[in-house]
Design a protein around this ligand. Sequence first.
Ligand code: GAR
Length: 200
Amino acid sequence: MILISGTGSGMTAVLEACERGDLAADVVGVLADRPCRGLEVASEHGVPAAVTRLADFSTRHEWNQALTKKVRAYAPDLVLLAGFMRVLAPEFVDAFPGRLLNVHPSLLPAFPGARAVRDALEAGVKVTGTTVHLVDHEVDHGPILFQEPVPTRPNDTEESLHERIKEAEHRLLVDACRALLGGDVVVKGRVASVMSGGER
Ligand code: GAR
């Protein structure tokens, strides 16, 4: 199950990996918090896609409850936040323990939030990157599964840097889904370790 808010390039990478047989999984559904291009892409791949807009509910609590119910209805083994740009309530997070993954375009804990790529450029860092992590009750926070550095370039714009980060994200997302679904992730406190077969 994948939650998105935008173009859904990360979602598409996961869908294509499933279709190629690189990832032994089925994407059972895609939900978005707003109408977006990613929903059309999901439908083109034959995956049920729907919108649950915050504006259609009188409170954020009701929206969170509705979203939790919809995702639960799919009984997903894994819930992937692939560019889902809303903060989810603790009740949502607690409904999918150890099964809720987020991808973020920075080397967390640096640059959390909605403007991670711009913030990294403005800070003048020479290296940023991407992180795939399990979700806890804080924003862009939780045990880290995978990270990949992406060097900045002198002439980078937010768009050019984000495009290179997304290339790394698409690889890591598939690796992270495979590790979690394969039972290769061990979490001790705040630290997640990804085990290979022999280490388990
Ligand atoms: C991705 O870069 C993802 O890391 C980021 O949104 C983008 C979505 O792109 N997520 C966050 O910033 C979460 N804090 P996409 O719609 O093309 O997959």
